[in-house]
Design a protein around this ligand. Sequence first.
Ligand code: G6Q
Length: 547
Amino acid sequence: MMTSIPLLTRLPAWQALQTHYAKIRGLHLRRLFAEDPNRGERLTAEAVGIYLDYSKHLITGETLELLLQLAEEAGLRTRIDAMFRGEKINVTENRAALHTALRAPVERAVFVDGQNVIPQVHAVLNRMEEFAKRVRNGQWRGHTGKSIRTVINIGIGGSDLGPVMAYEALRHYSRRDLTCRFVSNIDGTDFAETVRDLDAGETLFVISSKTFKTQETMTNAHTARDWVLKALKDPEAVASHFVAVSTNAEEVAGFGIDTANMFEFWDWVGGRYSMDSAIGLSTMIAIGPEHFRSMLGGFHQMDEHFRTAPFDRNLPVLMGLLGLWYNNFFGAQTVAVLPYEQYLKRFPAYLQQLTMESNGKRITMDGTEVAWQTAPVYWGEPGTNGQHSFYQLIHQGTKLIPCDFIGFIQPLNPIGRHHDMLMANMFAQAEAMAFGKTSEEVLADNTPSWLAPHKVFEGNRPSSTILLERLTPEALGKLVALYEHSVFTQGVLWGIDSFDQWGVELGKALAARIIPELESENESVLDHDSSTSILIRRYRMLKKLPD
Ligand code: G6Q
Protein backbone atom coordinates (compact mmCIF):
# COMPACT_ATOMS: atom_id res chain seq x y z
CA MET A 1 0.00 0.00 0.00
CA MET A 2 1.28 3.46 -0.83
CA THR A 3 0.78 6.35 1.51
CA SER A 4 1.27 9.85 0.36
CA ILE A 5 3.35 11.75 2.86
CA PRO A 6 4.69 15.26 2.64
CA LEU A 7 8.35 15.41 1.68
CA LEU A 8 10.07 16.55 4.85
CA THR A 9 12.74 18.72 3.31
CA ARG A 10 10.22 20.56 1.13
CA LEU A 11 8.10 21.66 4.07
CA PRO A 12 8.27 25.42 4.63
CA ALA A 13 9.13 24.93 8.30
CA TRP A 14 12.05 22.67 7.38
CA GLN A 15 13.46 25.28 5.08
CA ALA A 16 12.96 27.95 7.68
CA LEU A 17 14.71 25.74 10.22
CA GLN A 18 17.72 25.44 7.94
CA THR A 19 18.09 29.19 7.71
CA HIS A 20 17.42 29.49 11.41
CA TYR A 21 20.03 26.85 12.23
CA ALA A 22 22.69 28.76 10.33
CA LYS A 23 21.78 31.81 12.37
CA ILE A 24 21.82 30.27 15.83
CA ARG A 25 24.39 27.49 15.61
CA GLY A 26 27.01 29.63 17.28
CA LEU A 27 24.85 30.53 20.26
CA HIS A 28 25.98 29.40 23.67
CA LEU A 29 23.73 28.23 26.48
CA ARG A 30 25.60 30.61 28.79
CA ARG A 31 24.37 33.49 26.73
CA LEU A 32 20.85 32.13 26.30
CA PHE A 33 20.51 31.78 30.07
CA ALA A 34 22.11 35.14 30.76
CA GLU A 35 19.74 36.89 28.39
CA ASP A 36 16.63 35.30 29.84
CA PRO A 37 16.65 34.82 33.60
CA ASN A 38 13.37 32.95 33.34
CA ARG A 39 14.61 30.44 30.81
CA GLY A 40 14.92 27.61 33.35
CA GLU A 41 11.28 28.09 34.24
CA ARG A 42 9.92 28.99 30.84
CA LEU A 43 11.32 26.10 28.84
CA THR A 44 9.72 23.39 30.90
CA ALA A 45 6.56 21.37 30.57
CA GLU A 46 4.74 19.25 33.06
CA ALA A 47 2.08 16.64 32.51
CA VAL A 48 0.77 13.53 34.23
CA GLY A 49 3.39 13.85 36.96
CA ILE A 50 6.39 14.18 34.66
CA TYR A 51 8.39 17.38 34.72
CA LEU A 52 10.44 18.01 31.60
CA ASP A 53 13.11 20.69 31.71
CA TYR A 54 14.23 21.39 28.17
CA SER A 55 15.81 24.75 28.88
CA LYS A 56 19.34 23.37 28.48
CA HIS A 57 18.79 22.82 24.79
CA LEU A 58 20.34 24.78 21.96
CA ILE A 59 17.09 26.45 21.05
CA THR A 60 15.43 29.81 21.10
CA GLY A 61 11.73 30.62 21.10
CA GLU A 62 11.92 30.75 17.34
CA THR A 63 13.47 27.27 17.10
CA LEU A 64 10.62 25.88 19.10
CA GLU A 65 8.01 27.64 17.04
CA LEU A 66 9.51 26.32 13.83
CA LEU A 67 9.80 22.79 15.15
CA LEU A 68 6.18 22.88 16.25
CA GLN A 69 5.22 24.23 12.85
CA LEU A 70 7.13 21.38 11.25
CA ALA A 71 5.09 18.89 13.26
CA GLU A 72 1.89 20.52 12.03
CA GLU A 73 3.04 20.61 8.43
CA ALA A 74 4.12 16.97 8.57
CA GLY A 75 0.57 16.04 9.58
CA LEU A 76 1.47 14.73 13.02
CA ARG A 77 -1.98 15.43 14.41
CA THR A 78 -3.69 13.33 11.73
CA ARG A 79 -1.21 10.51 12.21
CA ILE A 80 -1.70 10.47 15.99
CA ASP A 81 -5.43 10.21 15.47
CA ALA A 82 -4.95 7.45 12.91
CA MET A 83 -2.81 5.45 15.33
CA PHE A 84 -5.31 5.71 18.18
CA ARG A 85 -8.22 4.92 15.87
CA GLY A 86 -6.64 1.61 14.87
CA GLU A 87 -5.88 2.50 11.27
CA LYS A 88 -3.33 0.27 9.60
CA ILE A 89 -0.48 2.70 9.99
CA ASN A 90 2.06 -0.11 9.81
CA VAL A 91 1.76 -0.03 6.06
CA THR A 92 4.43 -2.53 5.08
CA GLU A 93 2.83 -5.22 7.23
CA ASN A 94 -0.70 -3.91 6.68
CA ARG A 95 -1.40 -3.78 10.41
CA ALA A 96 -2.64 -1.40 13.02
CA ALA A 97 -0.21 -0.35 15.77
CA LEU A 98 -2.54 -0.40 18.70
CA HIS A 99 -0.41 -0.80 21.79
CA THR A 100 -2.49 2.07 23.17
CA ALA A 101 -5.53 -0.27 23.18
CA LEU A 102 -3.68 -2.61 25.55
CA ARG A 103 -3.93 -0.03 28.29
CA ALA A 104 -7.26 1.56 27.43
CA PRO A 105 -10.00 1.33 30.05
CA VAL A 106 -12.71 -1.26 29.54
CA GLU A 107 -15.37 1.29 28.60
CA ARG A 108 -13.34 2.49 25.58
CA ALA A 109 -14.07 1.11 22.11
CA VAL A 110 -11.30 0.72 19.55
CA PHE A 111 -12.05 -1.01 16.29
CA VAL A 112 -9.82 -3.15 14.13
CA ASP A 113 -11.50 -4.46 10.98
CA GLY A 114 -14.88 -3.54 12.42
CA GLN A 115 -14.31 -5.35 15.71
CA ASN A 116 -13.97 -3.67 19.07
CA VAL A 117 -10.74 -5.07 20.52
CA ILE A 118 -11.09 -3.71 24.06
CA PRO A 119 -13.24 -6.57 25.42
CA GLN A 120 -10.67 -9.15 24.33
CA VAL A 121 -7.84 -7.11 25.81
CA HIS A 122 -9.58 -7.11 29.17
CA ALA A 123 -10.60 -10.76 28.91
CA VAL A 124 -6.91 -11.72 28.54
CA LEU A 125 -5.90 -9.36 31.35
CA ASN A 126 -8.44 -11.04 33.60
CA ARG A 127 -7.12 -14.49 32.70
CA MET A 128 -3.56 -13.32 33.35
CA GLU A 129 -4.69 -11.97 36.70
CA GLU A 130 -6.31 -15.21 37.71
CA PHE A 131 -3.23 -17.18 36.68
CA ALA A 132 -0.75 -14.79 38.29
CA LYS A 133 -2.67 -14.97 41.56
CA ARG A 134 -2.60 -18.78 41.51
CA VAL A 135 1.15 -18.81 40.96
CA ARG A 136 1.69 -16.17 43.63
CA ASN A 137 -0.45 -17.80 46.28
CA GLY A 138 0.90 -21.27 45.64
CA GLN A 139 -2.28 -22.77 44.23
CA TRP A 140 -0.58 -23.43 40.92
CA ARG A 141 1.65 -26.36 41.71
CA GLY A 142 4.48 -28.00 39.86
CA HIS A 143 4.13 -31.59 38.73
CA THR A 144 5.47 -33.01 41.98
CA GLY A 145 3.22 -30.84 44.12
CA LYS A 146 5.71 -28.08 44.96
CA SER A 147 4.78 -24.43 44.60
CA ILE A 148 6.57 -22.32 42.02
CA ARG A 149 9.61 -20.36 43.20
CA THR A 150 11.11 -19.31 39.85
CA VAL A 151 9.43 -18.11 36.70
CA ILE A 152 11.58 -18.17 33.58
CA ASN A 153 10.47 -16.11 30.62
CA ILE A 154 11.85 -17.52 27.39
CA GLY A 155 11.57 -14.98 24.60
CA ILE A 156 13.75 -12.61 22.61
CA GLY A 157 13.62 -9.05 21.28
CA GLY A 158 10.24 -7.56 22.03
CA SER A 159 9.27 -10.73 23.88
CA ASP A 160 12.17 -10.28 26.29
CA LEU A 161 13.44 -6.72 26.61
CA GLY A 162 10.20 -5.22 27.96
CA PRO A 163 9.70 -7.93 30.59
CA VAL A 164 13.38 -7.80 31.63
CA MET A 165 13.38 -4.03 31.89
CA ALA A 166 10.07 -3.94 33.81
CA TYR A 167 11.16 -6.72 36.17
CA GLU A 168 14.33 -4.83 37.06
CA ALA A 169 12.57 -1.47 37.17
CA LEU A 170 9.84 -2.73 39.49
CA ARG A 171 11.86 -5.11 41.60
CA HIS A 172 11.03 -3.02 44.63
CA TYR A 173 7.41 -4.10 44.21
CA SER A 174 8.06 -7.75 43.50
CA ARG A 175 7.89 -10.79 45.73
CA ARG A 176 11.35 -11.80 46.80
CA ASP A 177 10.45 -15.45 47.33
CA LEU A 178 9.19 -15.79 43.76
CA THR A 179 11.80 -14.60 41.34
CA CYS A 180 11.85 -14.19 37.58
CA ARG A 181 14.69 -15.02 35.26
CA PHE A 182 15.00 -14.54 31.55
CA VAL A 183 16.47 -16.65 28.79
CA SER A 184 16.76 -15.07 25.37
CA ASN A 185 20.05 -15.82 23.67
CA ILE A 186 20.57 -18.87 21.46
CA ASP A 187 23.92 -19.19 23.22
CA GLY A 188 23.51 -22.33 25.37
CA THR A 189 25.24 -20.54 28.21
CA ASP A 190 22.20 -18.37 28.71
CA PHE A 191 19.99 -21.35 29.44
CA ALA A 192 22.63 -23.34 31.32
CA GLU A 193 23.54 -20.53 33.72
CA THR A 194 19.93 -19.54 34.24
CA VAL A 195 18.79 -22.98 35.43
CA ARG A 196 21.94 -24.36 37.03
CA ASP A 197 20.85 -23.79 40.63
CA LEU A 198 17.15 -24.46 40.09
CA ASP A 199 14.83 -27.30 40.96
CA ALA A 200 12.70 -28.11 37.91
CA GLY A 201 9.83 -29.04 40.22
CA GLU A 202 9.62 -25.41 41.41
CA THR A 203 10.18 -23.75 38.03
CA LEU A 204 7.59 -22.42 35.64
CA PHE A 205 8.50 -21.54 32.05
CA VAL A 206 6.61 -18.83 30.23
CA ILE A 207 7.32 -19.29 26.53
CA SER A 208 6.77 -15.83 25.08
CA SER A 209 6.67 -15.58 21.33
CA LYS A 210 4.21 -13.75 19.15
CA THR A 211 4.83 -16.08 16.24
CA PHE A 212 5.94 -19.13 18.25
CA LYS A 213 8.39 -19.74 15.45
CA THR A 214 11.40 -17.67 16.48
CA GLN A 215 14.51 -19.81 16.23
CA GLU A 216 16.13 -18.75 19.51
CA THR A 217 12.95 -18.97 21.54
CA MET A 218 11.81 -22.30 20.17
CA THR A 219 15.26 -23.84 20.61
CA ASN A 220 15.43 -22.61 24.20
CA ALA A 221 11.86 -23.80 24.81
CA HIS A 222 12.72 -27.31 23.62
CA THR A 223 15.86 -27.31 25.74
CA ALA A 224 13.74 -26.25 28.72
CA ARG A 225 11.28 -29.04 28.04
CA ASP A 226 14.12 -31.59 27.89
CA TRP A 227 15.51 -30.20 31.14
CA VAL A 228 12.14 -30.51 32.89
CA LEU A 229 11.50 -33.99 31.52
CA LYS A 230 14.96 -35.17 32.48
CA ALA A 231 14.44 -34.00 36.04
CA LEU A 232 10.81 -34.97 36.53
CA LYS A 233 10.77 -38.03 34.27
CA ASP A 234 7.17 -37.73 33.18
CA PRO A 235 5.83 -36.23 29.93
CA GLU A 236 2.76 -35.08 31.86
CA ALA A 237 5.00 -32.60 33.70
CA VAL A 238 4.94 -30.24 30.71
CA ALA A 239 1.39 -29.19 31.57
CA SER A 240 2.31 -27.82 35.00
CA HIS A 241 5.66 -26.28 34.05
CA PHE A 242 4.95 -24.55 30.74
CA VAL A 243 2.56 -21.83 29.72
CA ALA A 244 2.66 -19.84 26.49
CA VAL A 245 2.16 -16.25 25.44
CA SER A 246 1.50 -16.06 21.74
CA THR A 247 -0.75 -15.15 18.85
CA ASN A 248 -0.29 -18.61 17.34
CA ALA A 249 -2.47 -21.25 19.03
CA GLU A 250 -1.63 -23.91 16.49
CA GLU A 251 2.13 -23.77 17.12
CA VAL A 252 1.57 -23.59 20.88
CA ALA A 253 -0.50 -26.81 20.75
CA GLY A 254 2.13 -28.36 18.49
CA PHE A 255 4.77 -27.72 21.16
CA GLY A 256 2.65 -29.60 23.66
CA ILE A 257 1.26 -26.72 25.70
CA ASP A 258 -2.46 -26.95 26.36
CA THR A 259 -4.01 -23.88 24.73
CA ALA A 260 -5.97 -23.45 27.97
CA ASN A 261 -2.60 -22.33 29.32
CA MET A 262 -1.96 -19.92 26.50
CA PHE A 263 -2.34 -16.18 26.91
CA GLU A 264 -3.21 -14.52 23.70
CA PHE A 265 -2.32 -11.27 22.03
CA TRP A 266 -2.87 -9.95 18.54
CA ASP A 267 -1.10 -9.03 15.33
CA TRP A 268 -1.80 -5.34 15.97
CA VAL A 269 0.64 -5.45 18.91
CA GLY A 270 4.20 -4.98 17.69
CA GLY A 271 6.88 -6.96 19.54
CA ARG A 272 8.68 -3.94 20.98
CA TYR A 273 5.34 -2.41 21.99
CA SER A 274 4.07 -5.56 23.70
CA MET A 275 5.11 -5.31 27.35
CA ASP A 276 1.53 -4.36 28.30
CA SER A 277 0.07 -7.38 26.55
CA ALA A 278 0.23 -10.98 27.78
CA ILE A 279 3.98 -10.66 27.10
CA GLY A 280 3.94 -8.91 30.47
CA LEU A 281 2.82 -12.11 32.22
CA SER A 282 6.13 -12.52 34.07
CA THR A 283 5.89 -8.87 35.14
CA MET A 284 2.40 -9.45 36.48
CA ILE A 285 3.47 -12.56 38.37
CA ALA A 286 6.39 -10.65 39.85
CA ILE A 287 4.63 -7.46 40.96
CA GLY A 288 1.05 -8.72 41.23
CA PRO A 289 -2.02 -7.82 39.18
CA GLU A 290 -2.78 -4.61 41.04
CA HIS A 291 0.61 -3.10 40.38
CA PHE A 292 0.47 -4.33 36.78
CA ARG A 293 -2.85 -2.57 36.27
CA SER A 294 -1.49 0.56 37.83
CA MET A 295 1.42 0.41 35.35
CA LEU A 296 -1.13 0.18 32.54
CA GLY A 297 -2.90 3.18 34.08
CA GLY A 298 0.35 5.14 33.83
CA PHE A 299 0.74 4.22 30.17
CA HIS A 300 -2.84 5.28 29.53
CA GLN A 301 -2.40 8.65 31.20
CA MET A 302 0.53 9.38 28.92
CA ASP A 303 -1.45 8.10 25.91
CA GLU A 304 -4.23 10.54 26.69
CA HIS A 305 -1.79 13.36 27.17
CA PHE A 306 -0.12 12.62 23.84
CA ARG A 307 -3.46 12.29 22.07
CA THR A 308 -5.00 15.48 23.39
CA ALA A 309 -2.39 18.00 24.58
CA PRO A 310 -1.46 20.90 22.32
CA PHE A 311 1.92 20.26 20.77
CA ASP A 312 3.67 23.07 22.63
CA ARG A 313 2.84 21.36 25.93
CA ASN A 314 2.94 17.80 24.69
CA LEU A 315 5.88 15.99 26.29
CA PRO A 316 6.42 13.24 23.69
CA VAL A 317 6.05 15.76 20.87
CA LEU A 318 8.52 18.17 22.46
CA MET A 319 11.04 15.40 23.12
CA GLY A 320 10.63 14.02 19.62
CA LEU A 321 11.15 17.43 18.04
CA LEU A 322 14.21 18.25 20.14
CA GLY A 323 15.73 14.93 19.15
CA LEU A 324 15.08 15.71 15.52
CA TRP A 325 16.67 19.14 15.88
CA TYR A 326 20.04 17.62 16.87
CA ASN A 327 19.78 14.64 14.58
CA ASN A 328 18.85 16.52 11.45
CA PHE A 329 20.39 19.93 11.88
CA PHE A 330 23.38 19.55 14.19
CA GLY A 331 24.27 16.15 12.74
CA ALA A 332 24.30 14.46 16.16
CA GLN A 333 24.74 10.72 15.73
CA THR A 334 23.79 9.45 19.16
CA VAL A 335 21.66 10.13 22.21
CA ALA A 336 22.69 9.16 25.73
CA VAL A 337 19.97 8.04 28.11
CA LEU A 338 21.15 8.47 31.67
CA PRO A 339 18.77 7.26 34.36
CA TYR A 340 19.85 8.27 37.85
CA GLU A 341 17.99 5.30 39.25
CA GLN A 342 19.58 1.92 39.70
CA TYR A 343 16.32 0.10 39.09
CA LEU A 344 16.31 1.50 35.56
CA LYS A 345 19.54 -0.22 34.68
CA ARG A 346 17.98 -2.05 31.75
CA PHE A 347 16.05 0.96 30.52
CA PRO A 348 18.70 2.07 27.99
CA ALA A 349 18.81 -1.46 26.52
CA TYR A 350 15.03 -1.47 26.26
CA LEU A 351 15.08 1.94 24.60
CA GLN A 352 17.65 0.76 22.08
CA GLN A 353 15.15 -1.62 20.57
CA LEU A 354 12.27 0.81 20.86
CA THR A 355 14.08 3.64 19.15
CA MET A 356 16.46 1.94 16.75
CA GLU A 357 14.26 -0.91 15.56
CA SER A 358 11.40 1.53 15.13
CA ASN A 359 13.18 4.35 13.39
CA GLY A 360 16.36 2.87 11.96
CA LYS A 361 14.98 2.98 8.41
CA ARG A 362 16.04 4.52 5.14
CA ILE A 363 12.91 4.08 3.05
CA THR A 364 9.87 6.29 3.48
CA MET A 365 6.33 5.02 3.63
CA ASP A 366 5.85 5.74 -0.04
CA GLY A 367 8.81 3.56 -0.94
CA THR A 368 11.44 6.17 -1.73
CA GLU A 369 14.79 6.69 -0.08
CA VAL A 370 14.98 9.35 2.61
CA ALA A 371 17.04 12.44 1.93
CA TRP A 372 17.58 13.07 5.63
CA GLN A 373 18.94 11.30 8.65
CA THR A 374 16.67 8.98 10.64
CA ALA A 375 17.17 7.41 14.09
CA PRO A 376 20.33 8.16 16.03
CA VAL A 377 22.10 5.51 18.11
CA TYR A 378 20.75 5.30 21.67
CA TRP A 379 22.95 4.21 24.49
CA GLY A 380 23.43 4.79 28.19
CA GLU A 381 24.06 3.55 31.67
CA PRO A 382 22.59 4.43 35.01
CA GLY A 383 24.21 7.31 36.88
CA THR A 384 26.60 7.78 38.56
CA ASN A 385 28.57 4.91 37.02
CA GLY A 386 28.79 6.53 33.60
CA GLN A 387 30.39 9.62 35.13
CA HIS A 388 33.50 7.60 35.89
CA SER A 389 33.54 6.20 32.41
CA PHE A 390 32.21 7.75 29.22
CA TYR A 391 31.07 11.19 30.44
CA GLN A 392 34.58 12.42 29.68
CA LEU A 393 33.73 12.25 25.98
CA ILE A 394 30.42 14.00 26.47
CA HIS A 395 32.08 16.86 28.36
CA GLN A 396 35.27 17.33 26.41
CA GLY A 397 35.13 15.16 23.30
CA THR A 398 34.53 16.35 19.77
CA LYS A 399 31.05 14.87 19.41
CA LEU A 400 27.75 16.44 20.23
CA ILE A 401 25.72 14.02 22.34
CA PRO A 402 22.34 15.20 23.55
CA CYS A 403 21.52 13.55 26.87
CA ASP A 404 18.33 12.56 28.66
CA PHE A 405 18.77 12.72 32.42
CA ILE A 406 16.04 10.81 34.25
CA GLY A 407 15.65 11.15 38.00
CA PHE A 408 13.18 10.65 40.83
CA ILE A 409 12.59 12.94 43.79
CA GLN A 410 11.97 10.18 46.31
CA PRO A 411 14.24 7.19 46.65
CA LEU A 412 12.85 3.69 47.02
CA ASN A 413 15.71 2.75 49.29
CA PRO A 414 16.41 5.76 51.48
CA ILE A 415 19.78 5.18 53.07
CA GLY A 416 21.70 8.00 54.68
CA ARG A 417 22.68 10.71 52.21
CA HIS A 418 22.73 8.47 49.15
CA HIS A 419 19.78 9.93 47.34
CA ASP A 420 20.72 13.58 47.78
CA MET A 421 24.19 12.71 46.58
CA LEU A 422 22.82 10.83 43.59
CA MET A 423 20.54 13.66 42.56
CA ALA A 424 23.20 16.29 43.20
CA ASN A 425 25.34 14.44 40.69
CA MET A 426 22.56 14.40 38.13
CA PHE A 427 21.88 18.13 38.43
CA ALA A 428 25.61 18.85 38.43
CA GLN A 429 26.26 16.89 35.27
CA ALA A 430 23.53 18.67 33.34
CA GLU A 431 24.85 21.99 34.64
CA ALA A 432 28.44 21.16 33.75
CA MET A 433 27.45 20.04 30.27
CA ALA A 434 25.50 23.20 29.59
CA PHE A 435 27.75 25.84 31.06
CA GLY A 436 31.17 24.23 31.22
CA LYS A 437 34.17 26.05 32.64
CA THR A 438 35.88 28.83 30.74
CA SER A 439 39.57 29.35 30.31
CA GLU A 440 39.36 32.42 32.58
CA GLU A 441 37.71 30.37 35.29
CA VAL A 442 40.34 27.66 34.96
CA LEU A 443 43.21 30.15 35.16
CA ALA A 444 41.60 31.82 38.14
CA ASP A 445 42.06 28.48 39.97
CA ASN A 446 45.85 28.95 39.68
CA THR A 447 46.08 26.34 36.98
CA PRO A 448 49.38 26.65 35.05
CA SER A 449 48.72 27.98 31.58
CA TRP A 450 50.07 24.85 29.87
CA LEU A 451 47.48 22.74 31.70
CA ALA A 452 44.59 25.15 31.39
CA PRO A 453 43.32 24.04 27.95
CA HIS A 454 42.91 20.50 29.27
CA LYS A 455 40.79 21.71 32.12
CA VAL A 456 38.49 23.90 30.06
CA PHE A 457 34.94 22.68 29.57
CA GLU A 458 33.46 24.22 26.50
CA GLY A 459 29.90 23.60 27.70
CA ASN A 460 26.97 24.01 25.35
CA ARG A 461 26.26 20.28 25.62
CA PRO A 462 22.48 19.97 25.50
CA SER A 463 20.33 17.84 27.77
CA SER A 464 16.79 17.23 28.90
CA THR A 465 16.03 16.59 32.53
CA ILE A 466 13.06 14.36 33.20
CA LEU A 467 11.95 14.39 36.81
CA LEU A 468 9.34 12.18 38.39
CA GLU A 469 8.23 11.90 41.97
CA ARG A 470 8.91 8.23 42.64
CA LEU A 471 9.54 5.11 40.61
CA THR A 472 6.17 3.38 40.91
CA PRO A 473 4.59 0.97 38.42
CA GLU A 474 2.43 3.88 37.26
CA ALA A 475 5.46 6.13 36.79
CA LEU A 476 7.23 3.47 34.77
CA GLY A 477 4.20 3.21 32.50
CA LYS A 478 4.25 6.97 31.92
CA LEU A 479 7.96 7.01 31.22
CA VAL A 480 7.86 4.17 28.70
CA ALA A 481 4.85 5.65 26.93
CA LEU A 482 6.65 9.01 26.81
CA TYR A 483 9.44 7.41 24.80
CA GLU A 484 7.09 5.29 22.68
CA HIS A 485 5.24 8.38 21.53
CA SER A 486 8.35 10.43 21.09
CA VAL A 487 9.66 7.69 18.78
CA PHE A 488 6.36 7.78 16.90
CA THR A 489 6.54 11.55 16.58
CA GLN A 490 9.98 11.29 15.01
CA GLY A 491 8.90 8.43 12.74
CA VAL A 492 6.03 10.53 11.43
CA LEU A 493 8.32 13.46 10.71
CA TRP A 494 10.89 11.27 9.02
CA GLY A 495 8.10 9.73 6.96
CA ILE A 496 8.99 6.15 7.85
CA ASP A 497 7.08 3.13 9.13
CA SER A 498 8.06 2.93 12.80
CA PHE A 499 6.31 -0.39 13.29
CA ASP A 500 8.01 -2.79 10.89
CA GLN A 501 11.51 -4.33 11.17
CA TRP A 502 12.53 -5.78 7.84
CA GLY A 503 16.14 -5.19 8.73
CA VAL A 504 16.20 -8.28 10.95
CA GLU A 505 15.25 -10.68 8.16
CA LEU A 506 18.38 -11.07 6.05
CA GLY A 507 20.60 -12.23 8.88
CA LYS A 508 17.95 -14.74 9.95
CA ALA A 509 17.73 -16.22 6.45
CA LEU A 510 21.51 -16.43 6.06
CA ALA A 511 21.90 -18.09 9.47
CA ALA A 512 19.29 -20.66 8.51
CA ARG A 513 21.41 -21.50 5.49
CA ILE A 514 24.68 -21.66 7.43
CA ILE A 515 23.43 -23.81 10.33
CA PRO A 516 23.33 -27.06 8.25
CA GLU A 517 26.69 -26.13 6.77
CA LEU A 518 28.22 -26.03 10.25
CA GLU A 519 26.52 -29.23 11.29
CA SER A 520 27.03 -31.33 8.19
CA GLU A 521 29.49 -34.18 8.43
CA ASN A 522 30.47 -34.14 4.78
CA GLU A 523 32.36 -31.27 3.22
CA SER A 524 29.45 -29.72 1.36
CA VAL A 525 30.31 -27.15 -1.26
CA LEU A 526 30.18 -23.68 0.17
CA ASP A 527 28.74 -20.98 -1.98
CA HIS A 528 29.52 -17.86 0.03
CA ASP A 529 31.97 -15.04 -0.47
CA SER A 530 35.57 -16.04 0.23
CA SER A 531 35.61 -14.54 3.73
CA THR A 532 32.45 -16.31 4.95
CA SER A 533 33.46 -19.61 3.33
CA ILE A 534 36.88 -19.58 4.98
CA LEU A 535 35.37 -18.75 8.37
CA ILE A 536 32.92 -21.64 8.02
CA ARG A 537 35.63 -24.07 6.92
CA ARG A 538 37.87 -23.04 9.76
CA TYR A 539 35.07 -23.47 12.29
CA ARG A 540 34.17 -26.89 10.88
CA MET A 541 37.75 -28.06 10.94
CA LEU A 542 38.61 -26.85 14.43
CA LYS A 543 35.39 -27.93 16.09
CA LYS A 544 36.27 -31.54 15.25
CA LEU A 545 39.64 -31.40 17.01
CA PRO A 546 39.76 -32.89 20.50
CA ASP A 547 40.19 -30.40 23.39
C1 G6Q B 1 9.95 -6.35 17.80
C2 G6Q B 1 10.36 -7.37 16.84
C3 G6Q B 1 11.17 -8.50 17.44
C4 G6Q B 1 10.35 -9.62 18.03
C5 G6Q B 1 11.26 -10.82 18.24
C6 G6Q B 1 10.55 -12.01 18.86
O1 G6Q B 1 9.28 -5.39 17.53
O2 G6Q B 1 9.27 -7.78 16.15
O3 G6Q B 1 12.07 -8.05 18.42
O4 G6Q B 1 9.73 -9.23 19.21
O5 G6Q B 1 11.83 -11.20 17.04
O6 G6Q B 1 9.50 -12.43 18.05
P1 G6Q B 1 8.45 -13.45 18.58
O7 G6Q B 1 7.71 -12.84 19.71
O8 G6Q B 1 7.56 -13.77 17.42
O9 G6Q B 1 9.21 -14.66 19.06
